[in-house]
Design a protein around this ligand. Structure first.
Ligand code: NCD
Length: 304
C-alpha cells in the first residue's frame, strides 16, 4: 500500500507490478468507476514549475475516475508570491482535498510537504531529483514494448542527453534495476554525465554502466531514453549555450527495431522525422500517462 509517492527508491517491485497491472485494467476499461474510490474525492495540483503533460494527465485521470480537481499551475497566483512557505501552503491545501500532486524546483520539496501534510503527496518532480509517476508510465510503455511484465531483464538500455539534471532519468534507472535490467549505456556530454555517486552505487550492485559522449552508441542499445538539456537547471546560461545542440537524432541514424522514448517536452534532440516511424514511442508514453495516473490515484486513495 502506498501512502505517498515521493521517490522510486521507496516503491517496491510488488507495488510497481500492481500499478502496471492496474494501469492495464484502466486501459482496457475493466475498471471504470466501479470502486467509486475517487467519487466525492478532490485532487489538488500545486505546480510551482511549468508542466503540460503531468498536470493535465493527473487532472484528466482524476476526472475520468469520477473525482474533482482544484489547484494552481502558476505559483504567482497563489500566496506563495506573498512569501508563504511550502509547509504552510500544504497544511492549508490539505484541508481542501484528499490528495496533493506537487511539482517544485527544490529537491526534497515533496518530502518536506509529506512531513506536514494530512493527505497523501505525489511528487510530480522536485528539481533534478525524482519524478516517480513519469517513471511508472515509462515502465508501462516498456512493458508494452517488451510484451509483458515478465519480459523485463536482459535488455541494453541507453540514456541520452542531460543525465546530470534530468529527474526522469534519476527515477527511471533505479526502477529498471529493480525490474532486473542490468545493462545501461549512458550517452551524454562530459559536463552532463550521471553523477558519480549514482554510477558508483549501481556498479557496486553489479550493474553494467558504459559511459560515452558518442551518439553512435545508440545502436548498441535495444531501447533509448532521450532527454532534453534542462536549461532551467543550469546555474550559468553560457554553459547551456555550449551544450544545447549537442545531439540531434534523425530517423536515418536508428537501426531497425530501436525504440525511442522521451518524457517530453522535446526541444531539438529528436527530429520530427522520427515521429512517424516505428521507432517513436514518446506519444505512446503520453497516452499511457492517464491510465498509469488513474492507477496511482487508485492505489493511494482506493486502498486507504
Ligand atoms: C519532464 C520533467 O518535468 O521532468 N517532463 C515531464 O514531466 N514529462 C521532462 C523535462 O521537463 O524535460
Amino acid at each position: 500500500m502506498l501512502k505517498h509517492l515521493l521517490s522510486m527508491d521507496e516503491v517496491s517491485i510488488d507495488d510497481i507490478i500492481s500499478i502496471l497491472k492496474l494501469s492495464e485494467d484502466f486501459e482496457n476499461k475493466i475498471i471504470r468507476q466501479v470502486f467509486n474510490y475517487a467519487c466525492d474525492k478532490i485532487l489538488a495540483t500545486l505546480f510551482y514549475e511549468p508542466s503540460t503533460r503531468t498536470r493535465l494527465s493527473f487532472e484528466s485521470a482524476m476526472i475520468r475516475s469520477g473525482g474533482s480537481i482544484i489547484g494552481f499551475s502558476d505559483s504567482k497566483v497563489s500566496s506563495v508570491s506573498k512569501g508563504e512557505t511550502i509547509s504552510d501552503t500544504i497544511r492549508t491545501v490539505a484541508n481542501y482535498c484528499d490528495i496533493i500532486v506537487m511539482r517544485h524546483s527544490i529537491e526534497g520539496a515533496a518530502r518536506v510537504a509529506s512531513e506536514v501534510s494530512s493527505v497523501p503527496i505525489i511528487n510530480a518532480g522536485d528539481g533534478a531529483n525524482q519524478h516517480p509517476s513519469q517513471t511508472l508510465l515509462d515502465l508501462y510503455t516498456l512493458k508494452n514494448i517488451f510484451g509483458s511484465i515478465n519480459a523485463f531483464g536482459g535488455h541494453t538500455i541507453g540514456f541520452v542527453g542531460d543525465l546530470k539534471y534530468s529527474r526522469t532519468v534519476h527515477s527511471l534507472i533505479p526502477a529498471l534495476i529493480n525490474m532486473n535490467e542490468k545493462t545501461f549505456i549512458l550517452i551524454s556530454p562530459q559536463e552532463l554525465c550521471l553523477d558519480q555517486s549514482f554510477v558508483d552505487r549501481y556498479r557496486k550492485d553489479g550493474v553494467i554502466l558504459r559511459e560515452t559522449s558518442s551518439i553512435k552508441h545508440i545502436n548498441d542499445c535495444d531501447i533509448i531514453y532521450v532527454t532534453r538539456i534542462q536549461q532551467e537547471r543550469f546555474p550559468d546560461q553560457t554553459e547551456y549555450e555550449k551544450v544545447k545542440n549537442v545531439y540531434r537524432i534523425t530517423a536515418d541514424m536508428l537501426k531497425p527495431g530501436l525504440k525511442v522514448l522521451h518524457p517530453l517536452p522535446r526541444v531539438n534532440e529528436i527530429s520530427t522525422c522520427v515521429d512517424k516511424t516505428d521507432h517513436a514511442e514518446y506519444f505512446n508514453q503520453v497516452r499511457n500517462g492517464v491510465f498509469v495516473r488513474q492507477a496511482i490515484i487508485h492505489k493511494i486513495l482506493g486502498e486507504e
